[in-house]
Design a protein around this ligand. Structure first.
Ligand code: SF4
Ligand code: SF4
Length: 430
């Protein structure tokens, strides 16, 4: 694609990067076939190629975004399905992230939208505040009908969340036998607030595999929530803090890897190297952290799992849902399925497996109608395979799918832990 940025504009690193990305696009339109919003709405402007044109025009002309541009960019899930499909290696993720920052800086949203987005950026990364929000939405059911429609949709969604008791008592867990690796585990923000069973299963499996596990608990949020809301300053502050704190822990404890069990966070942390590429003091540390980061299934697939004692459960069939951030964001596709089969489960592939379930970070709260259509479509596809359980590697997808599906939904690591001597996932206890 031809671009017309001025020399002056190209001196700005973010513009120079977006220029490179735009120039790779050959307009072929292959990405339209796998874009969920284009599939639902059939409008070119709700496709990756259409959005690329909108972003190009907005950045090249240094325009304040129009309402129309904002509508189509906001409707993008950042599912990155288009990146998997693109034959020209267009990094749509970095381009749309740039567009979101530009919109946040130059566009004045209606008051309600501004307040809602600010509230999400404050509450979600803070486990105790998020827990309080879930609690309030449960206790305010009686006055629920008084809320404005968009807030009502949001509280409906939050009310489906059941907070599970916090069961993590320590910040450090030692390997069951000889230590073969020392790893840091990101406890997550929303995950830490509502479902620490996932972290517990992860720790049990890792210690059984010979890992000493250090919880990255104090800096719980990876920054993805603020990043996807286009809040540049907050994101930068958070990821710099994380890089400093984690680097201290890596140095002090000699950590070999950083393990992440929410694929949305994994995609974000693996991108720290890019996000801090121009930072004179932290770029090397950020690169090291990105290089050390692995999804839990990616890590376990490299371990010697044959030393575990399996309790295979061939009778349970598992529909595996690959989160977008797992398959498109990190290109992790075979490892979770191979592990589930190796650990004794029968795995079923879901039709339209490349399509987003509609969770997409805060998308199901900000775009509830489109997210609802995608959630129902995902649930219908899952029902066709007639599985006993659904497994996935991202808490956001678990919460979204639970709204539309009457089946137990577990994290992949909960099944791996259970099959190798751990506790039965709570979702499977009747
Ligand atoms: S990220 Fe997803 S929703 Fe956005 S343009 Fe790409 S495929 Fe479409
Ligand atoms: S598939 Fe890639 S090159 Fe083709 S239009 Fe989409 S983004 Fe551009």
């Amino acid at each position: 694609m031809q671009t017309l940025f001025t020399e002056q504009q190209l001196k700005i690193p973010a513009i120079a990067d977006s220029n490179q990305i735009l120039r790779k696009c050959v307009h072929c339109g292959f990405c339209l076939a796998t874009c969920p919003t284009y599939q639902l709405l059939g409008d070119e402007l709700d496709s990756p190629r259409g959005r690329i044109y909108l972003i190009k025009d907005m950045l090249e002309n240094n325009r304040s975004p129009t309402k129309k541009v904002v509508k189509h960019i906001d409707r993008c899930l950042s599912c990155l399905s288009c990146m998997t499909t693109c034959p020209a290696d267009v990094n749509y993720m970095h381009l749309v992230d740039h567009a979101r920052r530009h919109i946040e800086k130059h566009y004045r949203r209606p008051l309600f939208d501004r307040a809602l987005r600010a509230l999400l950026a404050i509450i979600l990364p803070r486990p105790s505040l998020f827990k309080l929000m879930v609690h309030l939405s449960h206790t305010s059911k009686a006055i629920h009908w008084l809320l404005p429609k968009r807030l009502k949709v949001m509280t409906d969604m939050v009310q489906t969340i059941k907070v599970k008791q916090n069961i993590l008592s320590k910040n450090y867990y030692t390997a069951n036998k000889n230590t073969t690796a020392r790893v840091g585990l990101l406890a997550g923000c929303v995950q830490q607030a509502i479902d620490n069973n996932i972290n517990q299963a992860t720790i049990q499996l890792l210690t059984r595999l010979g890992c000493d596990v250090f919880l990255l608990k104090n800096t719980s949020c990876c920054g993805a929530i603020e990043h996807h809301l286009g809040k540049a300053a907050q994101t930068e502050k958070r990821i710099k803090n994380n890089v400093k704190n984690w680097t201290r822990l890596i140095d002090a404890q000699g950590l070999d890897k950083i393990i992440i069990n929410a694929s949305g966070c994994g995609t974000m942390v693996k991108d720290y190297a890019y996000l801090l590429r121009d930072d004179n003091t932290l770029s090397a540390e950020a690169s090291l952290i990105s290089a050390k980061t692995m999804d839990i299934t990616e890590f376990v697939a490299q371990c010697d799992v044959n030393k575990l004692s399996f309790r295979p459960n061939k009778t349970l069939t598992v529909a595996y849902h690959s989160a977008c951030s797992m398959q498109h964001g990190q290109q992790i596709t075979s490892q979770p399925i191979d592990l589930l089969e190796k650990f004794g489960f029968q795995v079923k592939t879901i039709p339209e497996g490349h399509m987003c379930c509609g969770s997409a970070g805060t998308y199901n709260l900000l775009q509830p109608e489109l997210a609802g259509q995608l959630g129902r479509r995902k649930a219908d596809n899952i029902k066709t395979v007639k599985a006993d359980i659904v497994a996935t590697g991202n808490l956001g997808c678990m919460t979204q799918m639970q709204t539309y599906l009457d089946l137990p939904i577990v994290h992949t690591v909960e099944l791996l832990d259970w099959a190798s001597g751990g506790t039965k996932p709570i979702a499977l206890i009747k």
